[in-house]
Design a protein around this ligand. Structure first.
Ligand code: AMP
Length: 522
């Protein structure tokens, strides 16, 4: 059954069950260790989610002239989910943008997508005529004359969502995921972690913002299986005491996050089975799951499965998975990222595209029925990374990941990147994206951003900048650059340290010599 049919069925079977629950900090947010602000609960039941999204879809269908994707801006208000479903029910892809994305970058995405309408569930200070804000959206839902007909919804080959990821040119690239891809991912995703069936529906924890594809894992596994999504606000995630309290209230059964977030939680001694007695599965994706982290989780949650999954946004969240048992954690360090799901083929290739035998390391190439339709309106970048190949008599799409890895039996092992993409606290970043944005600032001639690594993990970023005039006060200048960058880049992409130089060292072919700057990346 397709995701939209399943949502309609779930809404009919248990209309009053909570589909989505979110605690919004009210009253100015957290200030250091001061008094926490009061929390305002915002939720939507299955019945309301289905009806409200149907009514908003009816409006979109009747009022918009084209099928261009709709940008949905906000954080974790339940209205976000209503908007996502309304878009696809009206036959349009949605493009989620989180509030953590600064205005200039929101603007860049909007210029790429050219949406006919923007649905903003939070304040957005951009001057577009076509923005509908929360109160407009609520009024539309109240007054719509009906719900969109089922046949208006996106078809199997239509794009369901577009998620923008960091792009090396400084302009983010929009990964288009079709409904088919999503349906195929969900079918496999529900088999991860061996979860027992429940009468009341399971609670899925949502950590990632909706502009990251990791959130697709919790949103759609919960929506397909009739569960409840417990969404963690970004401010709550930044306050250990409130985070632990929220986790306790959640009664979550399925945990979906980056390993970094679980490591943060493990630093709190109360993080264990007593806090989350119903927890049965940790589903990880997006960055290396350290063997030690898996072992600590297995100790703290003896009844939960720890599952490592791997995949890029370009192949719908994840395509390999493995349950990390105590035995596996003892045998393998680093841990494998798992075996390919049914419908996915993993090839390890050399630079010429030759398939390498087991044990040899090369580029991980993913082929199969969850590979994206390509980057939004970007044939050059699509052509460079995507293609088709014949597998068992069928034409399959493939994606060159830029990841390095090798196979051992059925298991895939990940061993880093072939380019300048990194993961910092679970966020995917192209270092050149930051460099391009630094070079937009006045007085900067050239920039090179390098990751600062400890224990095999990226801990922070340092920017080496060639400046027209060496600043007298390097600290003050760094602060100024960081402030200026906030207009272009989300906080997690802003380098912690700036090093000012007259010029950057170059390699023989004129590229910045990152090794000479102390980096171990190409
Ligand atoms: P994203 O598109 O944000 O999901 O990032 C995808 C990239 O994250 C992949 O191409 C890998 O470089 C990295 N990644 C994803 N899953 C894992 C994993 N389980 N272990 C190590 N790296 C991972």
């Amino acid at each position: 059954m397709t995701i939209l049919d399943k949502i309609a069925e779930n809404a009919q079977n248990h209309p009053r069950r909570t589909a989505y629950y979110y605690e919004k900090p009210a009253g100015g947010g957290y200030k250091g260790d001061g008094e926490p602000p009061c929390l305002k609960a915002r939720s939507v039941s299955w019945g309301d989610l289905n009806e409200q999204s149907g009514r908003l879809a009816y409006y979109l269908d009747k009022s918009l002239g084209t099928n261009t994707p709709v940008v949905v801006y906000g954080h974790k208000d339940p209205l976000m989910l209503v908007c996502f479903l309304a878009c696809v029910k009206s036959g349009r892809a949605y493009c989620p943008i989180d509030v953590s994305v600064p205005p200039k970058r929101v603007d860049a995405v909007i210029r790429e997508v050219q949406p006919e309408v923007i649905l903003a569930t939070e304040e957005l200070s951009l001057s577009y005529q076509q923005i509908l804000f929360a109160e407009d959206i609520r009024k539309i839902i109240e007054t719509a004359a009906g719900e969109a007909a089922r046949e208006r919804a996106v078809a199997a080959r239509d794009v369901f969502y577009i998620i923008f990821t960091s792009g090396s040119t400084g302009v983010p690239k929009g990964v288009q995921i079709t409904r088919d891809c999503l349906d195929h991912f969900i079918e496999w995703g529900l088999t991860l972690g061996n979860l027992p069936e429940t009468e009341e529906g399971r609670v899925f924890l949502n950590q990632a913002p909706f502009s990251f594809d990791l959130s697709v894992m919790d949103l759609y596994l919960s929506l397909y299986s009739g569960g409840t999504i417990w969404a963690l606000d970004r401010e709550i995630q930044g306050n250990m005491r409130e985070l632990a309290a929220s986790l306790k209230r959640s009664q979550a059964a399925v945990w979906v996050s980056t390993p970094s977030f679980a490591e943060l939680c493990l630093s709190d001694p109360s993080f264990g089975e007593a806090l989350l007695p119903d927890l049965r599965a940790f589903l990880f994706c997006g960055e290396t799951l350290a063997n030690r982290t898996a072992q600590r989780l297995l100790e703290a949650f003896p009844r939960a499965d720890v599952v490592n999954t791997y995949g890029p946004t370009e192949s719908t969240v994840a395509v390999t998975g493995v349950t990390v048992t105590r035995e596996l954690a003892k045998e393998e360090n680093p841990l494998p990222v798992g075996k390919a799901r049914k419908g996915t083929w993993i090839f390890i290739m050399d630079e010429k595209g030759n398939v390498l035998p087991e044990g040899e390391s090369g580029e991980i190439v993913i082929a199969g029925d969850t590979v994206s339709a390509g980057y939004w309106q970007d044939p050059a970048r699509t052509g460079a990374s995507f293609g088709t190949m014949e597998i068992e008599g069928n034409t399959c799409r493939f994606y060159r990941t830029g990841d390095r890895g090798y196979r051992k039996g059925e298991q895939l092992f990940y061993c880093g990147r072939m380019d300048l993409q990194i993961k910092l606290h679970g966020y995917r970043i192209e270092l050149e994206d930051i460099e391009q944005n630094i070079m937009k600032l006045p007085g900067i001639r050239r920039a090179a951003v390098l990751p600062v690594c400890r224990g095999g993990q990226v801990r922070s970023l340092s920017a080496f900048v060639a400046v027209e005039e060496t600043p007298e006060d390097a600290f003050a200048e760094s602060q100024r650059l960081r402030e200026a960058l906030k207009r272009f880049l989300p906080d997690y992409m802003i380098p912690k340290k700036f090093i000012f130089l007259e010029s950057l060292p170059l390699t023989g072919n004129g590229k910045v010599d990152r090794r000479a700057l102390g980096g171990n990346m190409l």
